[in-house]
Design a protein around this ligand. Structure first.
Ligand code: DGL
Length: 273
């Protein structure tokens, strides 16, 4: 049996991609992971298409320098506006829009699907385009929710927090009125606010976390292509950030449900490596 013991490379503008990393770690515990969070330049979602594409290309080339076997754009914004760059990489590339769209189309009963994401993601129209391709008679209701990202990066995601509750209500009021039964969390930061979003929308509305189906796709791909890490039982997880390591470590430990030690998170200047 051939194996590929190199790590899986994952990147996001900040902490949000950890929701995808967690699903990958849970589904593929023996894989080594290298995660890059571009915390010095977050948020991506309010920037121009050209800037997002430039940042995505730099993040990907940083991960390639870590000798990863595949790259995951664990960022809805990059997946929406820069996947053509990823598709040209010398290693397999995964993004988070199409797995989420497939899950939503499978889940919806009333064919009314909400999509929330950063402004760049919503303006790209990518989720809507892909949903209508798979389900032409679906009704799609979209909303950019830019303030969700700084709330999460600040560590404010408790569902009982008044600021969180009010922000959720203000952004999601129209989608709630539209009677959707499924919402794609089109930004990887948003699953961290799932409880608050569910409290407002009600339990009957299914929230789609792109990380779950992306992790399944990756697992299937590496096993079909003999690319699993056969060296280890428990993989090593390394985290790189472009701003202070400390605040990232604190919130990442909370989100991943395990204490990250001080040498597992390193601050780097990706352009000087
Ligand atoms: N978590 C990212 C996304 O999925 C980025 C959010 C941002 O940087 O604005 O869109």
């Amino acid at each position: 049996m051939v194996a590929d013991n190199r790590p899986i490379g994952i990147f996001d503008s900040g902490l949000g991609g950890l929701t995808v990393a967690k699903e990958i770690i849970d589904a593929l515990p023996s894989e080594d992971i290298v995660y890059f969070g571009d915390t010095g330049r977050v948020p991506y979602g309010s920037r121009s298409r050209d800037t997002i594409r430039k940042y995505a290309a730099e993040d990907e080339s940083f991960l390639l320098k870590q000798d990863v076997k595949l790259i995951v754009a664990a960022c809805g914004t990059v997946s929406s506006v820069a996947s053509d760059i990823g598709a040209k990489l010398p290693v397999p590339y995964f993004e988070v829009v199409s797995p989420a769209v497939k899950s939503a189309v499978n889940e919806t009963k009333n064919k009314k699907i909400g999509v929330i994401g950063t402004n760049a993601t919503i303006n790209s129209g990518e989720h809507k385009r892909q949903i209508l391709e798979l389900m032409p008679d679906a009704q799609v209701f979209v909303k950019g929710c830019p303030l969700f990202v700084p709330l999460v990066e600040e560590g404010w995601f408790e569902s009982q927090d008044d600021v969180v509750k009010q922000t959720v209500e203000r952004y999601l009021a129209d989608i709630k009125k539209a009677d959707v039964d499924t919402i794609i969390l089109g930004c990887t930061h948003y699953p961290i606010l799932s409880e608050a979003i569910s409290d407002y929308m009600g339990d009957s509305v299914k929230l789609i976390n792109a990380g779950t189906s992306t992790a399944l796709e990756i697992g299937k791909f590496i096993s079909e292509n003999d690319m699993c890490n056969e060296n280890k039982k428990i993989g090593k997880h390394s985290f790189y950030v472009s701003d202070k390591a400390d605040s990232f470590r604190r919130i990442a430990s909370l989100l991943l449900g395990k204490e990250l030690d001080s040498d597992s998170v390193e601050q780097v200047d990706i352009n000087s490596l």
